[in-house]
Ligand binder design. Structure first.
Ligand code: C2E
Ligand code: CA
Ligand code: CA
Length: 915
């Protein structure tokens, strides 16, 4: 079944680069708009409501103002009416006085009339002038009110009557005045009616009612006397009518005056009472009462008193009317004032409410919208990846959200810190192990933990690998490469501090014997034990390292002193340490495991070198210590040798030899000499051993052992071997070509241990065979026995060579530790018995040689005896059935061109021996 593939575009997967959150970013957000609406909607309603109320109140105020205007018009017209009424009596009076017939009709005789003008005429004139002035003023005053037109009409009417009164038709004038006063009274009533209809409150209604009563009473009062006079001055039916009108007016006034005493406004009633109770008023009342009840004419004094009292009362009542009117105006204005006050209160309340709402909105904005806005901005920043400190402010709910955001940021920070710590490699940091809250946090933390685990494991593995690369697996000590690094670092430190570094090269003695006798596992155990012992000899900071095989170095830092005598003191300390190392290593080792119970013992040769003797790096110091150890070994083992000037000179010389050898190899300065190997059965030359000859320019011949020892220190020896192999094979071909005794013989070429340790050897041999074209079995590769023991690759390489068909010989046999029993298992064809055994006069050596030969034969190996110089030696070898021999007895190594001559000579000694 194929694995379930996730859909190509999963909706929840964010596009790369898309903002993770895209809420409202700026300006009045929805919250602010909502707040604004929350504030504006009731505000608009409130303002509408208040507007409606204001309109209502304004209407009310307008109606009240209209009523007030009506009342004011009524009052002004009533004043006009009262003023006009006052003119009647003086006009009538003057008419009576000016006309004797009329005077007689009112009961005035001629004598009385004759006296009159002097005082009464003047008084009437003054009364009339005052009354007219009052009328004019009242008309003018009424002209400023809503009754201006009516007042103007009244003014015109009164002026007309005044003009008419001069003509003398008294009845018409009186009638005109009565008509005008009555019309004004009706107009007053209309205005008051209209005021009531327009809208008066209770106080206004009461005040207007008072005014109506006062106005009615005063208007009746003002026509009492004129009607009475007219009833006197007319005759017939007119007189009867006038009398009836007077009586009805008099009676009406009495009723109206009584009503006035019960006025709503006690002040107006009191004023009225004050006016009607003055002596003139009381006298007028009495006179009119008499005139009404008794009928008859008036005495002149009574007439005069009547007009005067009437005039006074009219004026006083006019004042009361004016005052009551004023009160009515004020009262009528009450609702308007009230409405205005209400309006003011309404507007003030409205303004307060608006201000309050706005203030509340601002507070809301400050306490909710602002913190929310801040929170939103912080949330945006967080969603943009910024891990800021979230501010907790505002109402509880906002603070709760802020706390949530802060916790999320805290978690994100923790995740970031953990990631950072992982990136920085700080896997042990506290923060890495701190949990992250929530399910997501757990997942993240878990993955971080696993990542840290994986990284730690990798680091551990890397550390292990690094350790393996830099340490010797067997002993756990630093290996050669690591030792060189440590030495280099120590040299740098010493260079800075002016101190000195000491290096001890420890080469174990007789280690091979342990390996050969007890096997490699015993050798390994011994190496571990002596490594531990050496480490125990050191101060802290000093290091022991294994270079390989049985070679160790000890690095000592902070060695006292520098050059001169101090250096020798320092060397003494190092030599002392070297001796302690030798002692420690030389203690017997009790083997365990397979070899339990066995005890082995090795020794050590130690070479000491110190820095500061001419500089140089780690390699140089190692070479110097090695050279010293080499001399220690040469000096008989178990001793400490210090690298000194002699060794330095030796090293220098060796360096020069090496360079010269390279040159010789490159420039054809080397040569091979050949020593015949004689088949002892046939006494013929079966082959030759190729031996290096180097005539170093300016120095003469260099012993091959020495040249090889120098070459062995580098790959030069491999180049040398390659050359020798090629040259020897080429020489065989040349001899083949000569066709003499040497045609078809074999050649043995010496190959060094270092060359044998390298894979290239097989290639070099193959190349030599291929280049020459000789049969592989004509070539023998000689390997010294010690190399065979030391070189781990040796056996494998030898097998490869034998697989090519090449023969292998063990050179210098007997000097190493190969046991005879091992021979059959070795991949070799020939055993070359070392010259020391052949040349030894000991009977034991002769026995050993015989033993070796028979052992080799039983392992099907050929045997060549080396260094045969004397006939006696040859006799012994022949007796032991040795296969072949080489030595001065037969021939010395000679140049290729001289070998053929020797081939003839070789037979002689054998022949002599036989003979
Ligand atoms: P070796 O392989 O054992 O060579 C035999 C040595 O014994 C030669 O010394 C030879 O001259 C010497 N010799 C032969 N017969 C007698 C004798 O009757 N009496 C005495 N006293 N000596 C005899 P040589 O030529 O000085 O070589 C010394 C060593 O140098 C050789 O010992 C071999 O180990 C090494 N060597 C020589 N040539 C080469 C070479 O081409 N490559 C390598 N790797 N080593 C070489
Ligand atoms: Ca040899
Ligand atoms: Ca040899």
């Amino acid at each position: 079944m194929p694995p379930v593939q996730p859909p190509a575009d999963r909706p929840h997967r964010a596009r790369p680069g898309a903002r993770p959150w895209a809420g409202p970013r700026t300006g009045p957000g929805s919250l602010q708009r909502s707040l604004l609406a929350l504030v504006l909607v009731p505000l608009v309603g409130l303002v509408g409501l208040v507007g409606y109320a204001v309109d209502e109140q304004a209407e009310r105020a307008a109606a009240a103002a209209e009523a007030t205007d009506d009342v004011r018009s009524a009052v002004a017209l009533d004043v006009v009416r009262a003023a006009v009424a006052q003119e009647v009596v003086p006009v009538l009076g003057q008419a009576v006085l000016g006309d004797p017939a009329t005077a007689a009709s009112v009961g005035l005789d001629g004598a009385s009339l004759a006296q009159l003008p002097t005082f009464a005429g003047d008084a009437l004139g003054a009364q009339l002038a005052a009354a007219q002035r009052t009328t004019d003023e009242a008309v003018a005053a009424a002209g400023t009110t809503g009754a201006a037109a009516q007042a103007a009409a009244a003014g015109r009417g009164v002026r007309q009557l005044r003009a008419q009164s001069a003509d003398g038709d008294l009845s018409a004038v009186f009638g005109g005045y009565r008509g005008l006063v009555a019309r004004l009274a009706v107009q007053v009533g209309d205005h008051l009616q209209s005021a009531s209809a327009a809208g008066l409150d209770d106080a206004g209604t009461r005040a207007v009612a008072d005014l109506q009563r006062v106005s009615r009473a005063s208007s009746l009062a003002s026509v009492e006397v004129p009607l009475y006079f007219s009833s006197l001055t007319t005759s017939g039916q007119e007189q009867v009518d006038n009398r009836a009108a007077f009586l009805s007016t008099w009676g009406g006034y009495a009723v109206a005056a009584t009503e006035v005493t019960s006025l709503n406004s006690p002040g107006s009633a009191a004023r009225w009472t004050g006016v009607v109770s003055t002596p003139e008023a009381v006298q007028l009342e009495a006179l009119l009462r008499t005139a009404a009840l008794e009928d008859g004419s008036l005495a002149l004094p009574q007439f005069v008193a009547l007009t005067a009292a009437n005039s006074a009362r009219d004026a006083a009542l006019g004042t009361v009317v004016a005052e009551t009117g004023e009160a009515a105006v004020t009262a009528a204005g009450g609702p308007a004032r009230e409405a205005r006050d209400t309006l003011r209160v309404l507007v003030a309340v409205c303004a307060l409410l608006v201000a309050g709402t706005l203030a509340a909105a601002l507070l809301l904005r400050r306490w909710i919208a602002a913190p929310l806005g801040r929170l939103a901005a912080q949330a945006r920043a967080v969603s943009d990846g910024e891990l800021l400190d979230v501010e907790e402010s505002g109402p509880a709910e906002v603070r709760t959200v802020a706390r949530g955001l802060a916790a999320a940021v805290d978690n994100l920070r923790r995740v970031r810190d953990q990631a950072q710590a992982v990136a920085d490699g700080a896997l042990d940091a506290d923060v890495v192990h701190r949990p992250v809250h929530g399910p997501l946090g757990e997942v993240v933390h878990d993955s971080v933990r696993r990542m840290v685990g994986a990284l730690s494991e990798r680091e551990r593995l890397q550390a292990d690998l690094a350790h393996q690369a830099s340490h010797d697996a067997l002993t756990g000590l630093p290996n050669r490469a690591q030792a060189l690094l440590l030495i280099e670092a120590a040299l740098h430190r010493a260079a800075r501090s002016g101190g000195r570094v000491g290096l001890l090269f420890v080469d174990l003695d007789h280690f091979k014997a342990v390996n050969d006798t007890h096997g490699h596992s015993a050798g390994d155990e011994l190496l571990r034990v002596v490594a531990g012992r050496m480490a125990a000899c050191l101060r802290g900071g000093d290091v022991v390292a294994r270079l390989g095989g049985d070679e160790f170095v000890v690095l000592v830092e902070g060695v006292e002193g520098g050059d001169g005598p101090a250096a020798s003191t320092a060397d003494a300390a190092l030599v002392d340490l070297g001796r302690r190392l030798i002692d420690a290593v030389s203690e017997p080792v009790q083997l365990s495991g397979r070899h339990a119970g066995a005890q082995v013992r090795v020794g050590a040769s130690v070479g000491v070198a110190g820095s500061g003797g001419g500089g140089g790096g780690a390699e140089r110091l190692l070479v110097e210590a090695d050279a010293a150890a080499y001399r220690a070994k040469a000096a008989g083992r178990g001793v400490v040798e210090v690298f000194d000037d002699a060794l330095r000179a030796e090293l220098a010389r060796r360096g020069a030899v090496e360079r010269a050898l390279w040159t010789a190899l490159a420039e054809g300065g080397l040569e091979l000499h050949y020593q015949p190997v004689v088949d002892l059965a046939t006494r013929s030359v079966e082959g030759v051993e190729a031996l290096l000859r180097w005539d170093r320019p300016g120095h003469g011949p260099v012993p091959p052992a020495e040249a090889v020892a120098v070459a062995e220190r580098s790959d030069l020896v491999c180049e040398l071997g390659r050359w020798a192999l090629a040259e020897a094979c080429a020489q065989l071909v040349r001899w083949d070509g000569e066709g003499g005794a040497l045609a078809g013989i074999g050649a043995a070429v010496n190959v060094s241990g270092r060359h044998l340790g390298q894979a290239r050897l097989v290639g070099d041999v193959t190349a030599a065979l291929a280049a020459s074209g000789i049969a592989p079995e004509r070539l023998t590769v000689e390997i010294t026995e010690t190399v065979l023991v030391d070189e781990p690759l040796a056996l494998e390489q030898l097998r490869a060579l034998r697989a090519l068909g090449v023969r292998v010989a063990i050179d210098d046999f007997g000097t190493g530790y190969t046991s005879i029993g091992q021979l059959s298992r070795l991949p070799v064809d020939v055993l070359k018995i070392d010259r020391s055994f052949v040349a030894s006069p000991d009977a034991a050596s002769a026995d050993l040689v015989r033993l070796l030969i028979s052992a080799a034969h039983s392992s099907r190996l050929g045997v060549v005896a080396e260094g045969v110089e004397q006939d006696g030696q040859l006799t012994g070898l022949l007796a032991a059935s040795c296969d072949a021999a080489q030595g001065y007895l037969f021939a010395r190594p000679v140049p290729a061109g001289e070998v053929a001559d020797l081939a003839v000579v070789t037979g002689a000694p054998a022949g002599a021996a036989r003979g």
